[in-house]
Every structure is written in C-alpha cells, then in structure tokens.
Design a protein around this ligand. Sequence first.
Ligand code: ISC
Length: 363
Amino acid sequence: MNGFLLSRADRTLRTSGSRDQYRGIDAAAEALARCTVPLVVGALPFDPAGPAALTAPETAHRSAGPWRPDSLPALPTVRITGELPTPDEHRARVARLVARLRAGELDKVVAARSVVVEASEPVRPWSLLARLVAQDPVGNGFGVDLSPAGGEYVGRALVGASPELLLRRTGREVVCFPLAGTAPRHTDPAADSAEGDRLLASGKNRAEHAFVTDWIRDALAPVCTELTVPDAPRLVSTRQVWHLATPISGVLREPAPTALELARLLHPTPAVGGTPFAAALAAIRETEEPRGFYGGAVGWCDADGDGEWVVAIRCAEVDADGLRLRAWAGGGIVAESDPDAELAETSTKLGTLLGALGVSGTS
Ligand SMILES: C=C(O[C@H]1C=CC=C(C(=O)O)[C@@H]1O)C(=O)O
C-alpha cells in the first residue's frame, strides 16, 4: 500500500511516498530530533524486540474529521481457509493460562488467535480500509505499509479500525484512552443496554481493566507534572462490542518526551500484553505464534514531538499480492476467565475485520 492513513473521529492524517525508512525507533527519533525529516508515520510491532515499520513520508495531508473516501469499492469474495490456533487449541491455551494465573505466576495475560482469509482476486488495502472506516461508528481506521520492517513484511500492509487510543500528545498535553473488558452487542436495545450495564458492574472486567490504567499511571507519572486517572471506567461501544474505557490526561514535564518516545514507554500495555510485564510477554512468546504487528501501535510523530498512536487491534495483515490476509483478535485472561467465553469474545472481535470483508463469522 503506497502511503499511510490514520482516521480518527476528529481528524485524519494521510501521507504518501517515502523519503526515508526506519526499522528501529531510535533511528526515527534521531531523524526527528535533528529535524532532518518533519514527520514519521508507521507501525510498531507487538513484541518490542521485533522490527518496526516507520516511514518519513514525502507528502502529508491533514483534514478535520474521519476519512471520507471518494468511493466504497467492492471487495472480492473471500473465505476463511485457516485458524491459528484452532478454536479448540485457543480454548486449551486459555485453560492452561488460567491455571498459571490461579497459581499466582501472572495477574493478567492477553491470549490472541488469528484467522487466515483467502481471496478470489486481490483485496486492495485501500478498499478494505474504506469499508472499515465506513462501518466504524466514529470513522476509526488505519492503513500502514509494513515494507520498512523488511523480510516477510515487504509489500505487506496492516489495515484495521482500532477504537483504542494509546496516546495523543499536543505540546505538553498527553491523553490516553485505554480499553479493556468486553461484552458483545445485541440487536435488541434492552438486551444491549443490559449487557453494557452488566459489563460496567462486573468485578472481573473491572480488575482486567485496572491492570491497564495502573500500567499507564505508573509509566506516565515520572514524566508528568499533573496526571488525572479517573477511579472508575466508563462504557464505550463499537458495532460489535462494549468496552470499559478510562480517559487519562496529563501535563508533561519539560523536556517533554515526544509522541514516539511516549509510544515506546507505554507500549505494549496490559490491554494487549499483561501483568507483570516480563512474565506476561514471556508467556505470550512461549504460547503463541508471532503476532507481527497485531497488538502493536500505529501512528505518527512530528518534529515538534506531537503525534498520535492507536493500539493495533481489530486489524489484519494483507499479503503483498492481496490474495491472503491474516486477522487477529485477543482478550485479557485473568484467574476467573472461562475458556469458552474467551473464544466467543475473540470471534466477536474478529467480526470487525470479517464483517468488512463480507464474511459472516468464525467459530
Ligand atoms: C486485544 C484486543 O482487545 C483489547 C482491547 C479492548 C478490550 C480487550 C479485552 O477485553 O480483553 C483487550 O484488552 C483485541 O481486540 O484483539
């Protein structure tokens, strides 16, 4: 995919071309600090040890509101040809993680799975992105060329619609909007709002959520002069799910870290990783196939240090030929988690991508 796009409810950044590319955050941060490039866009992988896909674009266009594509092109017919791991194996992995959580080895860990989709003709990442943005209630969406990461990523794109803001930095102001804790939406309005109310009152989901807000508080406190973290989460929704959400805001201490440095500081939060951090990351590396850029971060940073990064969820990597895609979803596991419910939650979350592709569902 030539270019980058981050569509949010209130603004959109679209870029094209490449003046320079970076596989590491340090090289990109240095180019911005020296003002040799005015802007860096791209994606950070889930695993901090993996290569990033960062680009200094040739042109950048900013507009108010979400992206409004000129047309909504039809997508080719696609079908699910594989699940990694299988639904049974995902359930078994969750059960094994629950045993480790109950033994006190971990407090929370996110378990993810992926679905492989094959298309009769190439899926154009921009067309899929247009569908995702059109179906998102507030117009969230992102598309990134992963080529700067090299190797298997050359020609590959990451496309998704994330409802989760990792951070936005504007001058000394930083805001985060972490999500964790999920329940499905219902077509019946009464059942739907009752489901949301149950989620808001659920001790298990609140505990799952608090691991994320605690992590962000601990990471931001040393770099902020003021920090506001509400005591209780609120409800937000996408078309598929309800989430618990907490708006966090802070004033950065001078010299303020850039948006790219803040992304490195905060990512991966326990919304995609877990607590304690090192043990959760080790458990994920041990249990799962590599996540690539799913569970990573997508965004931009300018030479003033301002920028915005979203958590790379509700997304798929699209192969260079457009004939194969891999979509992921995960969920936070705590000691009280139920493997069947966790499998169902990932299926519901996969609905964002599969719905845009016109596939009705998975197991
Ligand atoms: C890891 C994902 O969602 C995260 C964001 C919101 C709610 C989550 C949860 O309830 O587990 C996850 O932390 C995903 O969609 O793949």
